[in-house]
Design a protein around this ligand. Structure first.
Ligand SMILES: Cc1cc2nc3c(=O)[nH]c(=O)nc-3n(C[C@H](O)[C@H](O)[C@H](O)COP(=O)(O)OP(=O)(O)OC[C@H]3O[C@@H](n4cnc5c(N)ncnc54)[C@H](O)[C@@H]3O)c2cc1C
Length: 445
């Protein structure tokens, strides 16, 4: 079926022929039949990674295959969403080992981007929790890979943006929980210096993330709220919550009805931030017990919030800089705030050590920020790229729709190895995306 598609940033938008499948043997046939295609999950990457003239959607391939409630080993088809998984595992006392800031992604997409969460410094990215996966290659051949079997395919598929084949089945380990609640601590930081100090001081917390106000200048530059969390124990719940400690949160959502001018969303986020920052009696620190939903997925409450950036769409710019490049963080944030092209809020997280071939995370600070698409934006982002590279950082492919091939090359030292593995398993570049063509991953340089 031909239709207009775009990912979460609504940039770029294109026409694509979409195929889908329900049974495994249908998938192998589809792959053999197609001239070229890219696997597509729920389109929650922001840019052009799952866009192509032809896509194979996994969304109808969404069954749970096994769940051992004693060991927490879970096996499923790749098109199931994290949302669907949580509904089944949480009441049994298990949680996702790693989750991004939205639960509306497929597990196949989670592996394709090798997603990270607020616990990267403790638990690594999703790839650290995968036992094995089944991949359908460009030829239609089906391979089960793991650290021991076809390790090159295993490594290049995790974070490989769908370019080695379609992940069809995944087996992974869940995390044990006593309750579905999070013991949350929110701390206000007056500026970036204080925030970095707080990240260091509270580095034993499993989950941490900070929202930074990008409008503040001078001594309040980097004013922010650090949010820390741990899965709450039963003993920490009040009597009411103790009655049903693994209760699923109520799913109340509101929707953005149509595309709005980009300043509307900024105004909205300013209000939310100020409410949190100045609300609750100006306390420096807030400690409370909340359901996992508002802690992990605050943005999922507003369906289609991406429309708030207007019909031209937006770019989410996410980079990581090494821990010792704090000066780089300051320089980039200052550049962003002086240009005034970005959104009001930036999200900062810490990554622990990770040395994968092509995954985005490596030890350091990662910052993500939205930029509505408008005149002058692309050259400005090229300037930011130069700063990121100057401080030995790199960009996240899953958010990207515009980086140049040389920026990818400078940021990922094992890129050539990755390309050679793509060549081995996808020799004619049959599996390709708008992004992979732009970055010369599936076309000659
Ligand atoms: C609000 C929001 C918050 C987010 N927060 C985070 C975050 O905290 N951390 C983070 O890491 N990411 C985050 N993301 C990004 C998102 O988690 C990733 O882009 C994820 O890959 C999207 O999965 P999807 O199912 O929507 O796949 P798509 O967006 O459709 O595809 C993403 C990539 O995976 C590939 N792919 C999809 N399915 C398969 C498959 N079966 N086999 C092989 N390759 C496949 C695609 O080809 C593409 O390259 C966020 C996104 C949003 C919208």
């Amino acid at each position: 079926m031909k239709k207009q598609i775009a990912n979460w940033g609504n940039y770029p938008v294109m026409e694509s022929e979409e195929e889908s499948f329900v049974f495994a043997d249908q998938l192998a046939e589809l792959v053999k039949k197609e001239q070229s295609f890219i696997p597509r999950g729920n389109g929650r990457c922001y840019g052009d990674a799952s866009l192509s003239e032809r896509t194979i959607s996994t969304l109808k391939f969404d069954k749970i295959l096994s769940f051992n409630t004693n060991t927490g080993v879970f096996e499923c088809q790749s098109g199931i969403t994290l949302d669907q998984i949580l509904i089944v595992i949480v009441p049994q006392g298990w949680f996702l080992p790693v989750t991004p800031g939205t639960k509306f992604i497929t597990i196949g997409g989670a592996l394709g981007s090798d997603v990270h969460g607020k616990n990267h410094h403790v638990d690594g990215s999703i790839s650290s929790h995968i036992i094995e996966m089944e991949v359908v290659l460009a030829s239609g051949e089906i391979i089960v890979c793991s650290l021991d079997s076809y390790p090159d395919l295993f490594e290049a598929t995790l974070g490989g943006m769908g370019l080695t084949g379609i992940i069809s089945r995944v087996k992974f380990r869940l995390k044990k929980i006593e309750t579905s609640y999070i013991r949350q601590k929110q701390i206000k930081a007056e500026n970036l210096q204080e925030l970095i100090g707080l990240f260091d001081e509270y580095n034993k917390y499993t989950y941490s993330v900070a929202w930074i106000d990008c409008l503040k200048k001078g001594e309040h530059f980097g004013r922010s709220i650090l949010m820390l969390g741990e899965h709450a124990l039963i003993a920490e719940l009040d009597e009411e919550k103790k009655k049903d400690p693994l209760k699923l949160p109520a799913n109340k959502q509101i929707a953005f009805p149509f595309n709005l001018p980009s300043w509307v969303l900024n105004k909205f986020t300013v209000k939310v931030f100020n409410f949190l920052y100045y609300g609750k009696n100006f306390k420096k620190e807030i400690n409370n017990i909340v359901s996992y939903e508002p802690f992990f997925y605050p943005l999922d409450k507003v369906l289609h919030w991406n429309r708030g950036y207007g019909k031209n769409g937006f770019i989410q710019y996410q980079f990581v800089l090494p821990l010792d490049a704090k000066q780089g963080l300051i320089e980039i944030l200052q550049r962003i705030s002086s240009e005034g092209l970005g959104s009001f809020l930036a999200v900062l997280k810490v990554f622990g050590k990770q040395e994968s071939m092509i995954s985005f995370p490596k030890e350091g600070y990662t910052l993500a920020l939205d930029f509505p698409v408008r005149k002058g934006l692309m050259p400005f982002l090229d300037e930011l790229d130069a700063l990121v590279l100057k401080y030995k950082g790199r960009l996240y492919m899953s958010k990207d729709a515009r980086m140049k091939p040389e920026v990818l090359k400078a940021g990922y030292p094992e890129l050539e190895k990755f390309k050679s593995i793509i060549k081995k398993y996808n020799p004619d570049g049959k599996i390709r995306s708008v992004q992979s063509d732009r970055l010369h991953l599936t076309t000659p340089e």
